[in-house]
Design a protein around this ligand. Structure first.
Ligand code: HEM
Length: 367
């Protein structure tokens, strides 16, 4: 008798759990979820990006998975991302509020990044942008700060802006030197361009980028390959029912913008899967912007520090390339591993690098 009651309770609980993870009609398709775990067992935690790409091949560019009992929609490819995050910007600009991470950082941080789409967020985002501008973002004074590495910037009491800005830029720079070291011919071409443009000048300025199409293309290509924030920060829907992409999506549904899927999307790039700065150069060797270049995401929630990050990446790369040659050490073996360590931000695996002072170039002062 007791055993039958236990079995009955277990069966009812299982049915309840199963009904929780049942897709509503007109909801994007996806793999069948398992009670409690949802789709988590189908996504390798070491490299969920490959699993997400496989699911896109099977279910199309808009599909759903379950994070535990919660449904989430994964958006892949430029068209789907634009249709949702730009055409229906305010409907898709929320942030899920009941994920573990919100509780983990609630006391100190959720002013901008994890804040929902509400007047509080608007105010804090405006304040964050204003504070960065007061520090000189987009102005020459910021160049001096970056070049002088004045520690005072640290990037300032809006803590989540500091967190968002430090890891991302540092990881992109780590990827930058890994690629430059392993493409010595590309590194040298950049150095020749830098020597020519900076001839006689003490320091680089952000304006110099217009005369450095190769350096610009290389930095953009590094960002494309580095894929530093592959799934952006999760969004969520803000209206009771959002109709888009042929689906009907209820309020609070998690939205995962798969930026990675755009950064290597076939049809968008000359070489979607290999490192090739020509992705950003036309036949005349001029730098060209690309619509699918979305490392900073898009929509009202796009990266608040984009201008600062671009400036930091340019000035740091140019200043270091001007002075040093970055070399793959002879004793480091032949096998190069570009596979990043997966996380909210991706970073290259630890690597060794030989740094050699370049011979003095006419007009260049080595300090
Ligand atoms: C290479 C460097 C960087 C990359 C690749 C990057 C990328 C991103 C991405 C993908 C997002 C999520 C956008 C979305 O939810 O759709 C984001 C958000 C954000 N980033 Fe960055 N970021 C970088 C540097 C910075 C810097 C330097 C700062 C600040 C100084 C910053 C501050 C922020 C903030 C505050 C948000 C949240 C915006 C919001 O929720 O309204 N980021 N970033």
């Amino acid at each position: 008798m007791f055993a039958s009651v236990v079995l009955l309770v277990v069966a009812v609980l299982l049915l309840l759990l199963l009904s929780q993870t049942k897709r509503a009609r007109n909801f994007p398709p996806g793999p069948r979820p398992i009670p409690i775990f949802g789709s988590l067992l189908q996504l390798s935690l070491e490299n969920p990006l490959a699993a997400l790409a496989r699911l896109a091949k099977r279910y199309g560019n808009v599909y759903s998975i379950y994070i535990g009992p919660r449904p989430a929609i994964v958006l892949n490819g430029l068209v789907a991302l634009k249709e949702a995050l730009v055409d229906k910007a305010s409907d898709f600009s929320g942030r899920p509020q009941d994920l573990l991470i919100n509780h983990a950082v609630q006391i100190k941080a959720p002013r901008v990044i994890l804040s929902d789409f509400n007047p509080g967020w608007t105010e804090h985002r405006r304040f964050g942008l204003m504070t960065l501008r007061n520090f000189g973002m987009g102005k020459q004074s910021m160049e001096k700060i970056i070049l002088g590495q004045i520690p005072g910037v640290c990037d300032f009491y809006v803590m989540d802006i500091h967190f968002a800005g430090s890891d991302t830029t540092a990881n992109t720079l780590l990827a930058a030197f890994l690629y430059l070291m392993n493409y010595p011919d590309i590194q040298e071409r950049c150095q020749q361009e830098i020597d020519k443009v900076l001839n006689g000048k003490d320091q680089a300025s952000f304006e110099d980028r217009y005369q450095m199409p190769n350096v610009q293309a290389v930095i953009h290509e590094i960002q494309r390959m580095a894929n530093t924030v592959p799934l952006a920060v999760f969004h969520c829907t803000t209206k009771d029912r959002v109709y888009t992409l042929g689906y009907s999506i209820p309020r609070g549904t998690i939205i995962i913008p798969n930026l990675s899927s755009v950064l290597n999307e076939e049809g968008q790039w000359k070489s979607p899967h290999e490192f090739n700065p020509k992705n950003f150069l036309n036949d005349q060797g001029e730098f060209v912007k690309q619509e699918a270049f979305l490392p900073f995401s898009l929509s009202p929630r796009m990266c608040l520090g984009e201008s600062l990050a671009r400036m930091e990446l340019f000035l740091t790369t140019v200043t270091l390339l001007r002075k040093f040659r970055f070399i793959w050490p002879e004793d480091a073996g032949e096998l190069l591993d570009y596979t990043p360590v997966y996380g909210i931000t991706q970073t290259p695996k630890p690597y060794c690098m030989k740094v050699q002072l370049r011979k003095t170039v006419p007009g260049q002062m080595l300090s």
